[in-house]
Structure formats: structure tokens, C-alpha cells
Design a protein. Structure first.
Length: 191
């Protein structure tokens, strides 16, 4: 007859093997960045499905136009006497809520912090286009890490995307085009 005391090592060993196997499978799951652009009037379709590990290696190798050494120059961002990192740190520790709402005859804009993410929603009433952007805080912080005030760190943001769950980052819906940018563990753009 097996006693509880003698069965414990076997149960512990089995549990440890099961946990190790689970962690190995979870760690090896490749994450993908997807971009899908459709044009209903011309019936054009563009699909991009890139493993994040590939993007991490390729982005620093591209030195063309505004993209250099994994960072993109964003032009005339005037951050004179504004500490962007201090503002982001304050926002990260601020309670969740709606921070900016602008409604006028041309468009509606909403900026909020929800579920640990920056959320931006824009409705352009003239073009009847909706833009939704949702960026996890870790990715926001990575975008401004190791940069000057007129740069975004694309390489660091891609690395940060490895740790977020399945999420839609950008969705644009309009009369002429529909765009979706998202991250998940599937190698196709099926929704």
C-alpha cells in the first residue's frame, strides 16, 4: 500500500515536468504583427503577417528615410520645455479615466486610460472615418525609451509587443479603406 508520504515525490516530479513542458510551449509561441488593409471600392487587399522576432531583427537593419537604427524621426514634434517621460510616468500612475474629449462639427476626439492602455478614438465626420488606437503602457514607454524628443523607438516597441496579449493596436474604418493592425500568436490574419 502506497502512503501519502511515498507518493509525494512522484506527484511532485510529475507536476514539475508538466509545469516545465507548459512553460516551454508558452515561451516558444511566436507572436505576430498583422496589418490588413482593404479597399471596398477597388477590391484591393493587402495582408502582412510578420513574426515579431523577425521584425526585431530587421528594423535596426533599415536605415532609410526617417527610420534609422530602429528609431523613426517624427518630424516637427515641438516638445520645448516639456518632459515627455515625466508626463508618461504621471499618466501611468494616474487613475484610469477619460482625459481629453473634443467634440465639434468636424470631428470627435477622445483620449483615455483604460485597462492599462492609452486609448485614442477619433471620428472624422467629414470623411466618415473612424480611427481607434489602443496601446499598452509598456509599448508606450518603449516608444519613448532611449530617444531624443523627436524620435520614437520602433525597435523597443516591437520588443515590448512580445509581452502583450492578443490585442488590436489600430483600427481605421472608412468609406475608402479599412485598416487593422494587431498582435497575436497566429501566423495568418484570420479574425
Amino acid at each position: 500500500m502506497t502512503t501519502v508520504k511515498s507518493a509525494f515525490p512522484a506527484v511532485a516530479l510529475s507536476s514539475a515536468i508538466l509545469l516545465a513542458a507548459t512553460l516551454a510551449v508558452a515561451a516558444s509561441a511566436t507572436r505576430y504583427l498583422h496589418v490588413k488593409v482593404t479597399n471596398p471600392t477597388t477590391h484591393e487587399l493587402v495582408r502582412v503577417n510578420v513574426p515579431l522576432t523577425l521584425a526585431e531583427k530587421v528594423i535596426p537593419a533599415i536605415n532609410h528615410g526617417e527610420l534609422r537604427d530602429g528609431k523613426v524621426h517624427i518630424g516637427n514634434l515641438n516638445a520645448d520645455k516639456v518632459n515627455v517621460r515625466a508626463i508618461l510616468d504621471a499618466l501611468k500612475t494616474a487613475p484610469e479615466g477619460e482625459f481629453v474629449t473634443v467634440q465639434n462639427t468636424g470631428d470627435d476626439v477622445r483620449v483615455a486610460k483604460e485597462h492599462g492602455q492609452v486609448v485614442v478614438h477619433v471620428i472624422d465626420k467629414e470623411s466618415k472615418e473612424n480611427v481607434d488606437v489602443t496601446v499598452p503602457w509598456d509599448v508606450v514607454e518603449a516608444l519613448v525609451s532611449d530617444t531624443t524628443e523627436d524620435q520614437l523607438n520602433v525597435e523597443a516597441a516591437v520588443k515590448a509587443l512580445e509581452t502583450v496579449g492578443d490585442t488590436t493596436l489600430v483600427r481605421v474604418s472608412g468609406h475608402e479603406e479599412n485598416v487593422r493592425v494587431w498582435v497575436d500568436s497566429r501566423n495568418t490574419d484570420t479574425e
